[in-house]
Design a protein. Structure first.
Length: 82
């Protein structure tokens, strides 16, 4: 399940951002760091949800193929030399 990143310890990081975008963003926020952190937190949660969805799809696909294999066997079974 996707989780919201905790509001734990802060640390300084270096970011390279477009000057124009930063200048324009300052018209809308007086705390650029908090705004970027909030947007990045939303991005992280979205990516976690996306990854979880992909994993669920892969699990469902594997379950389906395992059921097919149990029901009719594998094409490779006819060619096995073991």
């Amino acid at each position: 399940m996707p989780t919201k990143p905790s509001s734990g310890h802060k640390r300084a990081v270096n970011l390279t951002l477009n000057e124009y975008v930063v200048s324009e963003a300052k018209n809308y926020t007086n705390n650029l760091s908090a705004t970027v952190e909030e947007l990045l937190a939303v991005y992280v949660v979205q990516q976690q949800a996306h990854r979880q969805g992909r994993q669920q799809q892969a699990d469902a696909c594997a379950d389906h193929w395992n059921a097919v294999n149990e029901k009719i066997g594998s094409f490779a079974d006819e060619h096995s030399t073991l």
